[in-house]
Design a binder for this molecule. Structure first.
Ligand code: DX5
Ligand code: ZN
Length: 236
């Protein structure tokens, strides 16, 4: 599918937001044009960092809407092990998408089923050195593929270029599946590389430090959209 036909989404990660005023930050970045809100959930077990739980998701849910009152999807990225109990709690707390790392669940297919049974869209997350083979068995069950372009655990890292090849592979798999699956990339996304990531096949972009370290969120998001508008179509 050419990039022009693809609807792009910017999903700012609140990992880099001001934690002392998260509600206002969510409202401000949505006012700046964010399509989704990305929740980086870390347990200091699966990754060497600790962030926030379902209660924060529940508290922020009322802020995740546009000025016109339209709900903005909460895109939960679980960097946790085990997965299932926390996924259920986030579903109850108002998550719209729940993605997890297949290496963090001994029963990946059952975890996907549980997320969907709870009324959420399900996604799988792939670390930089992990291949996409598991998609051979579950691509028809998921709504989102999240490619990590940094090692999970921290914001502000540098984009790992070898992941571009994996993004291309994931795009091919989605095209072959014939399903409407979002292809999201997470880590090191900036104004100056987002077009290259889109050309590789991504349609949804997590950006934390690129947005929340800037005074004007709307300006950064708009600059990203300008870059996306000029992105060369993915190689078929
Ligand atoms: C890593 C996190 C980060 C974050 C994005 O576990 O998932 O990738 O969302 O961080 P930036 O945009 O600052 O690289
Ligand atoms: Zn993330």
């Amino acid at each position: 599918m050419s990039t022009t036909a693809r609807q792009f989404r910017i999903s700012p990660s609140i990992l880099s937001a001001d934690f002392s005023r998260l509600g206002a930050e969510v409202a401000q970045v949505i006012a700046g044009g964010a399509d989704w809100i990305h929740f980086d959930v870390m347990d200091n077990h699966y990754v060497p960092n600790l962030t926030f739980g379902p209660m924060i998701c529940h508290a922020l849910k009322p802020h995740a809407k546009t000025a016109a009152g339209i709900a903005v999807p909460i895109d939960v990225h679980l960097m946790v092990e085990p997965v299932d109990a926390l996924a259920a709690s986030f579903a109850e707390a108002g998550a719209d998408f729940i993605s997890f790392h297949p290496d963090a669940s001994p029963h990946t297919h059952r975890s996907i089923q549980a997320i969907k049974a709870a009324g959420c869209k399900a996604g799988l997350v792939f670390n930089p050195a992990r291949g996409l083979e598991v998609l051979d068995w579950v691509i028809d069950d998921i709504d989102l593929i999240l490619i990590m372009s940094v090692n999970p655990g921290f914001g502000g890292q540098t984009f790992i270029d070898t992941t571009l090849r994996k993004i291309e592979d994931a795009r091919k798999r989605i095209e072959q599946s014939g399903r409407d699956i979002r292809l999201e990339v997470d880590g090191g996304i900036k104004v100056d590389n987002i077009a290259r990531v889109a050309s590789a096949g991504a349609d949804t972009f997590v950006a934390g430090s690129a947005i929340f370290t800037q005074p004007d969120y709307a300006a950064v998001i708009s600059a990203m959209r300008t870059e996306l508008a000029g992105a060369a179509p993915a190689r078929d």
